[in-house]
Write a protein that binds this ligand. Sequence first.
Ligand code: PGA
Length: 255
Amino acid sequence: MMARPPLVAGNWKMNKTVAGALRLVEEMLPGLQAVGGVEKLLCPPAPALMPLSAILDGKNIGLGAQNLYWEKEGAYTGELSAAMVKEFCQYVILGHSERRAIFNESDADIQRKVQAALAAGLRPVLCVGETLEQNEAGRAAEIVSSQLRAALEGAQVDSAEALVIAYEPVWAIGTGKAATPEATNTLLRNVVRPTLAGLFGEHVATSVRVLYGGSVNAANGASFFAETEIDGALVGGASLKAQEFVGIVQAAQQK
Ligand code: PGA
């Protein structure tokens, strides 16, 4: 078994009704199942989690939610608790830049969500990344490191499987302008893993999976997976197209 098995996750965002989700999964299932050695994860909108969990049962394809709320239960209209997510999911995406920017999630909110997820036995896919402005000001390293430390402060992460990090530069998300694999690899090596080492020690830092996200598609996936520090991808737009997503999963098999 490889130290860090590649992981390809699809973030469907606010796309697909249950009927549409079922059609998309049906279309991609044969292609996904034909690829071994790559962990596959689908993160559809919440209503599709229950039907997909039944369909994917025993098929070695994971499910993740796109958000949760940290309180256990009660008067929080519109929210999902970690326990509700855990009924159907192994993972939960937290700290996505759209949540930070559109829904004003703070580092402190994300920290609470990470802790609630871990306490419920869910694996956070924690997203971090700098904006274009921050990138152009040469602040990518500082922003990524501070987002990681803020979100993970006080978290009990004793095994590498408990957590996945997704480095997603905001300027690369949904723009068709992916970061370069080389620059991403350098940032993962010089910033993400050392920050994780400072928080959880060398062992966790070298064994946690770190994904790249931002305009990944079937054509450019392999160039990211060729880099030593990049353990997979968090895919938005291309995860809504069966052939594209299967193509990315196939590219990850070369790792
Ligand atoms: P994208 O989105 O692949 O459409 O750029 C990635 C993400 O937001 O996770």
